[in-house]
Design a protein around this ligand. Structure first.
Ligand code: GSH
Length: 204
């Protein structure tokens, strides 16, 4: 049984979707980040960086328990554990890795700032303008990739799709014209129709 410590955010849901897709038994402990529960001593012992998500797998490598934080690392861990949703070698492996990093280094941080300025900033104009521009550029990159490929990392559904999907699910905050990104729209509908994705989005 894997314990998932999370909250209903894109980074948390990436992990619940992956657990559902891989049919791994798991339990959920909600860490209410709106009440600063990520700063408790108990949580700090799981992630020194005070952020969800975290997993604890009692049945880790060599049969020893393992704790993993950082959602990209968790997705790779789960893919390694099950041999699913990440090619094991060669071009396809690096293609999937690069699109996972595109999400971790681009979509996650930039969309995250866009969400922050949209929702919380008192003087939002500068922040929204700055992060909307980068968010829209990232949508363009993604749309071009999905014009050439069925899924984010190529012809196979993978952890790169799982990493990106819950961020696109916040599209209402992104001031994006859907008609300008038809390929993202096609992909979003297809991924969102998967039963495991629906269950994973509901889990947190
Ligand atoms: N790079 C980290 C980012 C994790 C992250 O930003 N988590 C947010 C929720 S989506 C969080 O815990 N925020 C609480 C805080 O910043 O205090 C990952 O991908 O796991």
């Amino acid at each position: 049984m894997i314990k998932l410590y999370g909250w209903g955010t894109p980074n948390g849901r990436k992990v619940s979707i992956a657990l559902e897709e891989m049919a791994l038994p798991y339990s959920v402990t909600r860490v209410d980040i709106t009440k600063d529960e990520q700063f408790t001593e108990a949580f700090l012992s799981l992630n020194p960086n005070n952020k969800i998500p975290v997993i604890v797998d009692e049945d880790g490598p060599e049969g020893q328990p393992i704790t993993v934080f950082e959602s990209g690392a968790i997705l790779m861990y789960l893919a390694d554990k099950t041999g699913r949703l990440m090619p094991s070698s060669g071009h396809a492996y690096y293609r999937t890795l690069q699109w996972l990093m595109f999400q971790m280094g681009g979509i996650g941080p930039m969309f995250g700032q866009m969400h922050h300025f949209q929702r919380y900033a008192k003087d939002e104009a500068y922040g929204v303008k700055r992060y909307a521009k980068e968010t829209h550029r990232l949508y363009g990159v993604l749309d071009a990739q999905l014009a050439r490929n069925e899924f984010v990392a190529g012809s196979e559904y993978s952890i790169a799709d799982i990493a990106v999907y819950p961020w696109i699910a916040r599209f209402e905050l992104h001031q994006i014209e859907w008609s300008s990104i038809p390929n993202v729209m096609r992909w979003y509908d297809a991924v969102g129709a998967r039963d495991a994705v629906k269950r994973g989005m509901e889990a947190l």
